[in-house]
Design a binder for this molecule. Sequence first.
Ligand code: ZN
Ligand code: ZN
Length: 660
Amino acid sequence: MASSLLPQSPMVVEPPNNLCSQCAAFDLDDALRFNPGVPVRTVLKITRLKPETCSLCRFLSGSMGQVPEGGVCSLNAVQSHVAVTPLLEKIEAPILCVERRGEYSLFDLFGIHSSIIFDPDGPISQNLRAITPLIDDYTEVREWIASCVQKHKCHIPRILSGSKHDTKVSNLRVIDCRTRLVGKLPQSGSYVTLSYVWGKPDGQQPGVESLEPDVLSSNLPRTIEDAIKVTLMLGYDYLWVDRYCLEKSSEDFHRQLKQMDKIYAGSVLTIIAAAGSDGNYGLPGVSRRRKVNQPVHIGHRTLDSTPIFCSDTLESTTWSTRGWTYQEGLLPTRRLVFTDTQLYFECQERFRMEGWMAREDLFWRRGEESTGSWLDTFNEPDPGLLPTVQDHAMIVLDRIEAFSRRSLTYESDVLNAMLGIFASLEHSDRLKHIWGLPYCDSDPLRSDSTPLAISNQKFVSNLSWDVDFPARRRVDFPSWSWSGWAGTVRWARGLKMLFMMRQHRTTSKSSCAVKLELQSGKIIDWNTYQEVYSSSVNSTQIPSRYIHISAYITRIMPLPLPHSHVSRTYCLESDPESTRTGSALTYVDVMPTGKDFSSFLLQSYVLRLPWYLEYGHEQECHVLVVQCRGSHWERIGTGMTSIVFESAPVKKSWTEIRLG
Ligand SMILES: [Zn+2]
Ligand SMILES: [Zn+2]
């Protein structure tokens, strides 16, 4: 039936007290009473939400973002003194939160679907506030930044402290937000950086290219326009945006990529556009209205709500799934995050949220137990995005693992998008890498070895990462580096400990295990390479994709699988140190095409890495699964020796192979 035949709907303007029968029986005065003796109780149970007709049901649905399946929910009163956050301490009032399943769970206070529901006329409103669709005043954000600049130690970027390197970026080009010209940053100029998702690489975004190289188009993507506006509103003149400020055509491009740590850490603030999936989305609250939950009036009282910011809020964004944005979130000193629900600020010591107005000292401080910080997004055991003084370069293995779960538009960016992180750790902890495979060249805890031999061991042991099966090769990168494979990368837990504790045991021939083939074709030994190592791209000593590794090599002999859940392969290999033979559980990362798996395996060899871990009497030895490709070999999998048993000797040979 055509809607024009119907009378004007009386539902357009909702009567204020149009409550369903369940909500009508709700005693709001009682629910909002401070009751320290009953820390948590359910004050309203709804078996079926009626958001179309009932104003309280609509408000409760809005506070969850959506109507839960089945429409079941309950409203719980949590007394402020037990509300899992110091922010509400000493306030004698309850907060309300909705639970989808109809039963109370403390966890849901920090679940993504939960907003905090509160009485805006009660004492709790001194700490909580509802979000407005647009940010009309930046005074408070300016105070967050000013407080950090004046009171914290965040202004000395931790990743750069103690560094012998120059901490300034030379010839940094920035957007002058007043003139819309792109030019060199003035000597004493402060600048803001932007992290955002470019979007589809179709080149169709409006206003990306301007005819004159130094003049910005008047029709920029919405996110860039908004970032320019926010930069000015916060009292700064200069904004750095990779797309407009990196000189792609110049020889400087690669050098600038290696300075990403300095570019981000050196900026006064990084604006993170966490919402939307491309540059045309805009910053929520700036040009784009945020969806807010309208307050509800019941009798003489009002209920309002404010969203909780937690790691889930960020995890569900495109921004947190992209490769390039990983280091952009990690490297800055201060971050102002624009999400669809609210503004979030985090520096090195504190975090702040738009919906929470409490004193700064009530918020989390680095080193204390964190609650609700989005830092959890980065899966850190220690709350903190940047390397701290205590951080060891081993953190790089976690960083690579996290990065490998993200997606890239261009596979060729796989190393470029990590160069800032490598650079930050190189400055602070002498971390080096070859094609992204990291190692350290210092080991203060061991005096019985030279640093060079140790760096060789670190490099070789870090070869034993694993990638989710089936993984896809990135053929432009070497097979022995994680960068050569698209998929989630993992290092063994034991190996990470080893990276930290430096308790290596190596077999007798390990010291000469790796030689490097340079792009010139020259082959040099490890120690010589370390002496000429330079992160400069202009160096003539750039390693090619080939390393020459010496190790025991054994042809794979597939065995019947002992357990059906153990997939991929199981093989025999010999113990290089004795006549014993052991079995190695090996994992092949590729699904062979055009041939069956067992004949594929029969063309494979295991390469015993010349190091092992010791756990009491147990030894854990690692192998690479390799196949010959004519002039060179490729890594196709990894493995670990398990049960060592007496058996017929397997033919083994100490061989040097060219692995690429
Ligand atoms: Zn209702
Ligand atoms: Zn700070």
